[in-house]
Design a protein around this ligand. Sequence first.
Ligand SMILES: [Zn+2]
Length: 237
Amino acid sequence: MTTELLFREDAYLKTASARVLAVDERGIELDRTIFYPLGGGQVGDTGALLRANGERIPITDTRKGEAIDSVLHLPAPAMQRPEPGETVTLEIDWERRYKLMRLHTALHVMSCVVVAPVTGGNIAPEKARLDFDIDMSLLDAERIERETNAMIGRGIETETVWITDEELDARPELVKTMSVQPPRGTGRVRLLRIPGIDLQPCGGTHVRNIAEIGAIRVLKIRSEGRRNRRVEIALAS
Ligand SMILES: [Zn+2]
């Protein structure tokens, strides 16, 4: 079953209402959602579903289902489950999600300071990282922090752009991340554009203006194998 992904058009939605499509041991499927499912290195959202009778069902994680654009909301164990057809109110843990949006957007900016193929990445609420195929001697924590924060300070609005699979095939240089190919199958691919800084396929959640990131700190840089150099960052405040 397909879920309308409301966070794609508006990552700032904190609540919404939705109809329950299916409930089984894998999770709860809804006709629409503001919960981002684990993917592209960004962890799944947490929050709650509120039933009309006032019951609150904590959601501890969100995952992709088997079908394209299907989303599984994972309820806390031993909680009541809603019934298919029921209308529920969705609430995401906004404080946690907003940190993820700020850190995620910060990685886009940092990927333009460290110019090298990206071999992996991860975004959690307290820290985020990118892995680069680059020589260790070219990575200087102080420089990365300073230049990333200088770009953030330009306060640029971010934009979501959609292109067709064919347009993406014609521009392979857009794909920086070697380990994660952009999601395909719907005929179109979503890009994040930070004008003058970055343009790359990404299905994640981002802030509207990079100034919202504030500033970042580089926590550490370490070698993670022959071709992997990991740069880990956190929000400065
Ligand atoms: Zn992104």
